[in-house]
Ligand binder design. Sequence first.
Ligand code: AR6
Length: 181
Amino acid sequence: MQLSILDRLQILRGDITKLQVDAIVNAANERLAPGGGVDGAIRRSAGPELDEACRRLGGCPVGEARITPGFRLPAKYVIHTVGPVYRDGAQGEPHLLRSCYINALKLAEENGLRSLAFPCIATGIYGYPKKEACAIATEAVTDWLRGHSLPERVIFCCFEQEDYDLYCEQLKKLQTMTSEQ
Ligand code: AR6
């Protein structure tokens, strides 16, 4: 039996480095150089091998994604993507943020990954407004799941209560829309 799209989505509040999934997504920078936020937490848990693997990749343009092993993390892989630095929303930021989600999902599919967890890309140091980012993230992921069987399961891992509340609200809206169709 095929699961519905909403059955394949989950919202969690917590630390993404603790998740036992096929891959977690990292909100990286273009050089894939060590940073703060979720990137710092992922690198601390994965160990120095992750720094070395990132160095070998030689960077990643905004909106694209790259994959490495998860090393000492419970997750098997890390998919690194680079969100846009938010200026005023008119510099292509929405398209670039959507591309982060789609390209991470594409890599997960190409690698046969069944479960994937996202943090709220670009909404920390890069300053993307949380509500807009949440709408883009949920729309990109649901659009992808409509046409693809992998990954089977996607988790939105929210570190902050504010994000958790926004995602719950957004998915509730989607649920209502689906049941009205
Ligand atoms: N688990 C899940 N989410 C987390 C965690 C965690 N352990 N820690 C923070 N977050 P940010 P960005 C959330 O700043 O805005 C780095 O230095 C956080 O609450 O990590 O894309 C890179 O090297 C927020 O919701 O990423 C870049 O230079 C979300 O992760 C730059 O930051 C993203 O915040 C990228 O900035």
